[in-house]
Design a protein around this ligand. Structure first.
Ligand code: C2E
Ligand code: MG
Ligand code: MG
Length: 494
């Protein structure tokens, strides 16, 4: 329905859960998005009939316009997100345009320190929680507390929009102390519900290196004698730890003496040296999300492999942040990193939603299938082959709909040139040519490439009806390829 409501060339993607993003290109003017969004809202609200069960849903939309909102991609996403929140507040089933020109936006950009102080006193800050899971077992192991400002007029404001204003001030210390208190309160609630989840909090450098930091932490913990302090974890930034390694190491050791563990956040962005990592007594290394996001490319995967090996050498736990898709998780598991956090699992959510999220969460099937096995990295193309193949088929189906294809020609016609093919005729052939499933895969894989090529020829010649009828064969072959891959993956692994 979503795709049908939009124009050719627009994109729809699912962010996870019930969140979708639209990228609407080449708008004639700054108002023409309105019709499109109305069409989307209408399409969604048409009654659903699923096996005789009737359902109705509505959506809330947030919009921002580039280049009027002259921000980078992440910022644009955040603005659209904030606008969506406004739409929800205004009563749902509607859209809201981000106000990039108004006083409100400029003010939001330049919130003053005193406003933040007042907000703290008025209890306008809350902690959202983002689950961390073990991909092998599918269990939630803990959550990271991420601060949000529930502004009475401006809606939800994220930390990047107000924490920089209070850097190196006493207000940052107050905010940090508030975070510690809230996290302990929350731990108490979850422990009472029988949930032994570790809570991680982010502590700013200025606060962490205050002379009385550990003493104050001890006082806070003492208020909750029933909470085992091992359930609390502090995240500090790698860049911060490098600044004064002796001082920071000392404080880390004191925290650990209290039972509180310490994790090195955004690891990989600080260019720390080996000797630094050796000297720093942190318990966990958290791989920065920028590496994780690009890891399906070879170079970045090598970086991640390197970080994971480092963690193993120095006997640190390792967790990845920014896991946005199942494939990212699969590859991380293969490389030896089982713990993960990211939009592909869950977005940060209000504390009261976590319990039911955890109860209804089941990790992706493809994670549990491979939970007991280890892979050789040269077989990575086989691990990601399903996803690649599904994408390849979708590109062809999309081409039928739109009358053109943007698939590189060689990948389309030559079954040896697509990602799976490249693996098949090099590493694959060298080691697995004796397996029946390996031979069978070649047969169906060749066939599907031939059908794909015929479809594209039909499209080029304007024979859409013929292309459509061939698409049935394509889908049947797709299932065969996926079955073959499954059998082969198992055979190679056991
Ligand atoms: P961080 O500690 O590295 O937290 C991870 C950030 O990445 C969070 O942004 C989270 O919402 C976001 N994130 C998680 N998974 C994904 C994903 O799959 N894709 C993408 N694109 N993003 C993902 P958030 O909540 O905006 O926090 C930003 C930063 O602000 C945090 O980075 C942390 O350094 C700081 N921060 C957050 N809460 C606090 C706090 O209570 N105190 C202090 N001092 N800093 C905080
Ligand atoms: Mg963090
Ligand atoms: Mg981080």
């Amino acid at each position: 329905r979503l795709i049908k409501a939009l124009r050719v060339g627009d994109s729809v993607s699912r962010q996870g859960g019930d969140e979708f993003t639209f990228l609407l290109c080449d708008l004639i003017d700054s108002k023409s998005y309105k019709n499109l969004i109305q069409r989307v809202l209408k399409a969604i609200s048409v009654t659903y009939n699923v096996d005789g069960v009737i359902g109705n849903i509505s959506a809330s939309c947030g919009v921002t316009l580039f280049p009027e909102d002259n921000s980078d991609f992440d910022q644009l996403m955040r603005h659209a997100d904030q606008a969506m929140y406004q739409a929800k507040l205004a009563g749902k089933n509607r859209y809201h345009l981000f106000d990039f020109n108004t006083e409100e936006y400029l003010q939001k950009k330049y919130t003053s320190q005193s406003e933040i102080e007042i907000a703290l006193a008025r209890e306008e800050f809350v902690l959202f929680y983002q689950p961390k899971i073990n991909m092998r077992t599918g269990n939630m192991i803990g959550a990271e507390a991420l601060i949000r400002w529930l502004h009475p007029e401006k809606g939800v404001i994220g930390p990047v929009n107000f924490l920089p204003q209070i850097e190196n001030t006493q207000i940052m210390v107050s905010v940090g102390e508030f975070v510690i208190e809230q996290a302990l309160l929350q731990l108490n609630v979850w422990l009472n519900q029988g949930k032994c989840w570790k809570v991680s909090i982010n502590i700013d450098a200025y606060h962490f290196t205050q002379e009385n930091f550990v003493a104050r932490l001890r006082q806070s913990l003492a208020k909750y004698p029933y909470i085992n302090s091992e359930y609390l974890e502090i995240e500090i930034l790698e860049t911060v730890a490098i600044d004064d390694i002796d001082l920071v190491s000392n404080i880390i050791t004191q925290c650990q003496a209290l039972g509180v563990s310490v994790s090195l956040d955004d690891f990989g962005t600080g260019y720390s040296s080996l000797s630094f990592l050796k000297a720093l007594p942190v318990d966990t290394i958290k791989i920065d999300q920028t590496f994780v996001r690009d890891m399906l490319d070879d170079d970045d995967r090598l970086l991640i492999e390197g970080i994971i090996s480092l963690a193993k050498v120095f006997k640190k736990d390792i967790i990845a942040e920014g896991v946005e898709s199942v494939e990212h998780g699969t590859v991380l598991m293969r490389l030896g990193c089982d713990l993960a956090q990211g939009y592909g699992i869950a977005k940060p959510m209000p504390s009261e939603e976590v319990y039911s999220w955890a109860n209804s969460y089941t990790a992706d099937k493809s994670w549990s299938i491979w939970a007991d096995s280890t892979w050789e990295m040269s077989n990575l193309p086989l691990v990601t082959a399903q996803a690649e193949h599904i994408k390849w088929v979708q590109t062809i189906l999309y081409a039928i709909d739109n009358g053109y294809s943007d698939l590189p020609h060689h990948e389309l016609i030559d079954h040896k040139k697509c990602q799976l093919g490249t693996w098949y005729y090099s590493h694959g052939e060298k080691y697995y040519r004796h397996l029946d499933s390996f031979k069978q895969l070649e047969v169906v894989h060749k066939k599907i490439h031939l059908v794909g090529r015929d479809i594209i020829s039909c499209i080029d010649e304007g024979k859409k009806a013929k292309a459509l009828s061939l698409s049935k064969t394509l889908l049947a072959l797709k299932s065969e390829v996926l079955d073959c891959l499954n059998i082969l993956q198992r055979e190679i692994n056991f």
